[in-house]
Design a protein around this ligand. Structure first.
Ligand code: 5GP
Ligand code: MN
Length: 342
């Protein structure tokens, strides 16, 4: 309560210079929650800027005010601008991530900055770097949490169409278009509230999902037909993508998003793993159904984490070694995997 009263006073004492940061490889919830929160803060009389660690996928750039987002790692100027914005900020809001490691180069800058730090997030076990911590894993998306915080601040009437587009994008994608187990009654109530602004949900869905390049579509076909291995004894599929594969299809950032979910569409499969070779690491994506926690596996063996049914991780080994590592840890989880209901 004390935290809430102090936070209420902070938001209600404009003008403050506010910077919002979100995680590396920003997804629709990262960008959508950040932009929705930014537009709200501006309406409250603050100056607000969103900084992202690296470029965001092209299918998210339609969001209102995206053109004002500062992308840290583009060049020396954007790095210097990010640094000065963070140094001068009265308040730094950290959205949709739970540890400074997830914002890469921005982590050290946020750590050093003297502004008041606010965390708004829905991942488990946040690091303790923030002064105000709004961390709730029962929220399906950070965007849902942002909407609830705005309402709790008594400002529900400020939610307008541009904010609704951003927040809906985050909720829609983090619930897998309202399919995942995190789709609660509160999620639908939040969406109903957003729709009252005149939001066209079909437009947002198309902007995000029906906007693929031919390269991305062919990459998906290639992965599913050539690079997917089924391990029935573990009810698991894994897919592997090398740098050469990505180059061959002219892949852009974001082109591999969502591919991992196709693994779970297979009959009797309860875990899907995608391994992608990047310049400096192998990035892993894990998806599971029901009670099987990929978060634990990702955390224990792949320096990662996330949610119970959707997690990420990384290795600095080769692609082959990473596959071997996965295969070597699967026996530990076999009985759990065989017991999952599907
Ligand atoms: P994705 O597979 O889409 O990259 O990530 C799935 C989920 O896991 C996302 O919610 C993301 O925030 C989280 N995640 C991905 N990579 C990591 C990681 O290295 N550490 C932690 N803690 N979470 C991650
Ligand atoms: Mn999220």
């Amino acid at each position: 309560m004390q935290q809430w009263n102090a936070f209420y006073d902070l938001i209600n004492s404009p003008p403050k210079r506010i910077v919002i940061v979100t995680h590396q490889n920003p997804d629709a919830d990262a960008i959508g929650s950040s932009l929705g929160w930014k537009i709200y803060l501006q309406k409250k009389g603050h100056t607000a800027t969103v900084i992202i660690p690296n470029e965001c996928p092209s299918n998210l750039r339609w969001m209102p005010d995206y053109e004002e987002v500062v992308t840290y790692d583009i060049n020396a100027q954007t790095q210097a601008l990010s640094k000065s914005l963070l140094q001068e900020a009265d308040i730094i809001c950290c959205l949709d991530f739970n540890t400074l490691y997830r914002i890469k180069g921005l982590g050290a800058l946020v750590q050093e900055a003297t502004g008041i730090k606010v965390l708004i997030d829905h991942h488990l076990e946040p690091d303790s770097f923030a002064d105000f911590v709004f961390s709730d894993t029962s929220k399906a998306a950070t965007a849902q949490y942002v909407l609830e915080i705005i309402n709790r601040l008594g400002d529900g009437q400020l939610v307008d169409l541009p904010m609704a587009k951003c927040l809906y994008a985050g909720i829609m994608t983090d619930t897998g278009s309202f399919r995942h187990g995190n789709t609660t009654a509160d999620v639908h109530l939040a969406v109903a509230e957003l729709m009252k602004t005149g939001l066209n949900v079909n437009y947002v869905h198309r902007a995000i999902f029906d906007n693929n390049s031919i390269g991305r579509t062919r990459l998906l076909g290639y992965v599913l037909s050539e690079k997917l291995t089924v391990l029935p004894e573990y009810r698991t599929v894994y897919m592997v993508l090398s740098l050469d594969d990505l180059k061959c299809f002219g892949s852009e950032i974001g082109d591999t998003d969502g591919i991992v979910n196709y693994g779970l569409s297979l009959d009797n499969i309860v875990m899907s793993v995608l391994m992608i070779e990047r310049r400096d690491e192998i990035k892993l994506s894990f998806r599971s159904v029901d009670e099987f926690s990929v978060r634990e596996l990702a955390n224990k063996y792949f320096s990662g984490g996330g949610h119970k049914n959707a997690s990420g991780g990384r290795t600095t080994s080769s692609l082959n070694e990473t596959v071997e590592r996965l295969l070597s840890v699967l026996p530990e989880y076999q009985s759990e995997l065989l017991n999952v209901e599907k």
